[in-house]
Design a protein around this ligand. Structure first.
Ligand SMILES: CC(C)(COP(=O)(O)OP(=O)(O)OC[C@H]1O[C@@H](n2cnc3c(N)ncnc32)[C@H](O)[C@@H]1OP(=O)(O)O)[C@@H](O)C(=O)NCCC(=O)NCCS
Length: 173
């Protein structure tokens, strides 16, 4: 392997935005957007952010802490924002927020209302679909640092939870 191949690059993550208009076929029987439809949009946006950051193909390994804070209704315009906030060796945690766009008429004067937040972990692959190294993540702003700390706490919490339920999983799998 050449020296060049051993140098690990460091880079900032970009926020990737996707926009959707909520159609009737994306709703549950009560007129709210169906959670599964929303998760598909969030997962796709998270994958785009992870691909953009790593320059590799990726696959979702897990999702954590999905919080459906406010409902989304048919006819709403939604903006999904995804950004890599924490990296491991081959994995990336991507914070994904969904906002309902209220134009200029939000009740609190804001244009966007935060509806849903989730953290997805995606793994980067080489051409043989073997997990491969991702760049180191440069954190600059206070928000980036805060979001990264939260992601680390979620990751640590998941690890502890996996340990705690190990005997149950082993028993039932
Ligand atoms: C994700 C996958 C490649 C991991 O395979 P694996 O054999 O566990 O791979 P490794 O042990 O080399 O782990 C690779 C990385 O994934 C992470 N990882 C593996 N399983 C994980 C999980 N359930 N949650 C979070 N991270 C996970 C590991 O911690 C490791 O991260 P690191 O390199 O940053 O430390 C494999 O489970 C897979 O292909 N799953 C199916 C993915 C898929 O089809 N997704 C689409 C569903 S929408």
């Amino acid at each position: 392997m050449s020296d060049k191949a051993n140098i690990k690059i460091s880079k900032k993550a970009e926020a990737i935005e996707t926009w959707n208009f909520v159609f009737p076929n994306q709703s549950n029987p009560y007129g709210n957007m169906f959670g599964g439809e929303l998760l598909a949009i969030m997962d796709t946006t998270a994958a785009l952010a992870a691909i953009r950051f790593s320059g590799k193909t990726v696959s979702t390994a897990s999702s954590e802490r999905v919080i459906f804070k406010r409902p989304i209704f048919v006819g709403d315009r939604i903006k999904t924002v995804a950004k890599v906030v924490l990296v491991g060796r081959t994995s990336m945690m991507v914070r994904t927020d969904v906002f309902v766009d209220k134009g200029e008429s939000g009740d609190d004067g804001s244009k966007d209302i935060l509806s849903t937040t989730a953290h997805f972990t995606l793994v980067a692959f080489d051409e043989n679909r073997v997990p491969t190294e991702v760049p180191d993540l440069i954190l600059e702003t206070e928000t980036e640092k805060k979001h990264s700390e939260l992601a680390q706490q979620i990751k640590d919490h998941v690890k502890r939870r996996e340990e705690r339920i190990k005997h149950v999983v082993e028993k039932w799998s």
